[in-house]
Design a binder for this molecule. Structure first.
Ligand code: ADP
Length: 269
């Protein structure tokens, strides 16, 4: 609580005194703290891969480059870490656009089926790498499923959900994507039989940079920003996203998107 005392003098003596103004600044302070934590997180998350890249390059420059096998290994690491930094910076740019409440979602009439197939194509290499059996089940295969939405942003969301289902599955695991149409909305479920999420972590996985196992996520190229962005994008479409999971058994992400946009502020978090 912020208090401000302002002396008050009226012409007639009996009205002399002070005005006390009380301001509740909890919200402002929360915002300042959130910003500070965010900047600290970004710096930390970028410093880790940068330190790795720097030390690998130093070792190469010190002579390790002469050994072909060693240099191949080192360059692989440098490439992987650089890719992770590029993804993180791209994701941070999307978040910053959403934070600035810019109208970043471009609404067009789009066929959700096409978005699903595009996302499935994107994840083909990692699916193959991990020998995952991906089953796509579209309940109304012959109908167009049109909604008002941003096809690029939704591709980013679906790709992220599929990537997570694959990344946090065992080699040779099963992933199911289900797309169905209800009266006024489209529903999507992405289900895996992977490692699952402990119940204590579940409420926090949509937070920026939150990861159940930092080391595992990092090794898979994860940034901890994917679900935070997914939720903001889906909410900006007037929809919502939830996750249910059982540790050791698997995870199911459920989301819905309204077919027609109600008049609501687009781009808000
Ligand atoms: P990341 O880039 O680390 O994958 P996300 O924001 O996409 O970040 O996810 C946050 C965390 O939630 C992940 O680090 C992981 O611990 C957990 N998670 C997300 N999806 C799944 C899943 N399908 N199975 C198990 N854990 C998951």
């Amino acid at each position: 609580l912020q208090a401000q005392l302002v002396p008050f003098k009226a012409e007639r003596k009996q009205h002399e005194g002070v005005i006390i103004a009380l301001n509740d600044i909890t919200e402002q302070q929360d915002l300042i703290q959130m910003r500070q934590e965010f900047v600290a997180n970004v710096s930390h998350e970028l410093r880790t891969p940068l330190t790795t890249v720097k030390s690998y390059i130093e070792t190469l420059l010190d002579g390790a480059y002469k050994d072909e096998k060693v240099s191949q290994n080192f360059l692989d690491v440098v490439y992987k870490e650089t890719n992770r930094m590029v993804s993180m910076v791209k994701e941070l740019m999307v978040l910053s656009q959403l934070d600035r409440k810019e109208p970043v979602i471009e609404f067009n009439s789009i066929d959700v089926k096409e978005v699903v197939y595009r996302s499935v194509n994107f994840i083909e290499p990692i699916k193959k790498d991990r020998n995952i059996n991906l089953q796509v089940n579209i309940s109304s295969e012959n109908d167009d499923i049109y909604i008002q939405g941003d096809s690029n942003k939704l591709t980013q969301v679906f790709t992220n959900l599929l990537e997570n289902a694959i990344k946090y599955s065992v080699y040779g695991g099963q992933v199911d994507l289900e797309l169905s149409c209800v009266e006024k909305a489209v529903e999507i479920k992405v289900k895996d039989n992977g490692i699952g999420i402990p119940s204590k972590d579940l409420p926090r996985i949509f937070e920026r940079f939150y990861r159940v196992e930092k080391a595992r996520s990092r090794a898979q190229g994860g940034t901890g920003l994917g679900l935070a962005i997914a939720r903001e994008i889906i909410q900006a479409h007037g929809g919502d996203i939830t996750v249910s999971s059982q540790e050791g058994k698997g995870t199911e992400v459920y989301l819905f998107l309204p077919k027609v946009q109600e008049a609501h502020y687009v781009g808000a978090s």
